[in-house]
Design a protein around this ligand. Structure first.
Ligand code: TYD
Length: 203
């Protein structure tokens, strides 16, 4: 039996990372094998590609090809083997981020992204995608306190509203896979909402 594959999404500043770590701790404490990973990244090669994507100027097609190349390596080396071993995989961003950032944010053709998605994933999708949703202006206020911005974090509020709309479009295409959390609420409230959603699935 395959393990559980869950991805976590949201615009920069949504606060998802702390919740992913807390969830990993909670399930490990309950005796589960949990692989916590991220995209772009999760393997040596994919982390090198991440570094380029986040810090080197490039056109949207190059950006899309690099994130899918990183994803291919990550799937082959980490995600598929972990799922085959029955482990839970918690992935900080996955393909919905490509549709949201390269598609929504950069305006790149979603049909090309869908073709790449098919080649790279061969039908594999997360069992659940948790979307930490909040207005771009709220996220910008949170990011202002954080470290040096990368190529995405430097973008303006309009860019992040387009990314947000990109996530909304993905949710509408596959509503059964998504849970949308109101990430504008306090950290404790968001955590409680997340735990409730998971418990409702018997997780
Ligand atoms: P992020 O996951 O927010 O990590 P950190 O918390 O360390 O900043 O950063 C990854 C960035 O990469 C984020 O701005 C979104 C972007 N990204 C894409 O543009 N496309 C993708 O397919 C993925 C997975 C991420």
């Amino acid at each position: 039996m395959g393990g559980r594959f869950i991805s976590f999404e949201g615009i920069d500043g949504a606060g998802k990372s702390t919740h992913i770590e807390a969830l990993a701790q909670r399930w490990r404490a309950a005796g589960q094998e949990v692989v916590l990973t991220r995209e772009p990244g999760g393997t040596d090669l994919a982390e090198r590609l991440r570094d380029q994507v986040l810090h080197t100027a490039m056109d949207p097609l190059t950006e899309a090809l690099l994130v899918f190349a990183a994803r291919r390596d990550h799937l082959r080396e980490v995600i598929r083997p972990a799922l085959a071993a029955g482990h839970t995989v918690l992935c900080d961003r996955f393909t919905d981020a490509t549709f949201a950032y390269q598609g929504g944010g950069r305006g790149f053709d979603p049909h090309v992204l869908a073709t790449l998605e098919g080649w790279v994933q061969e039908g594999l999708q997360p069992a659940l995608t948790v979307w930490f949703d909040l207005p771009a202006a709220t996220a910008a206020g949170r990011r202002a306190a954080a470290r040096t911005p990368d190529r995405f974090e430097q973008q303006d509020t309009d860019f992040f509203e387009r990314v947000r709309a990109g996530y909304q479009a993905r949710l509408e295409q596959d509503p059964g896979r998504f849970v949308r959390l109101d990430a504008a609420r306090t950290r404790d409230e968001v955590w409680a909402q997340l735990v409730t959603e998971l418990e409702q699935r018997g997780w």
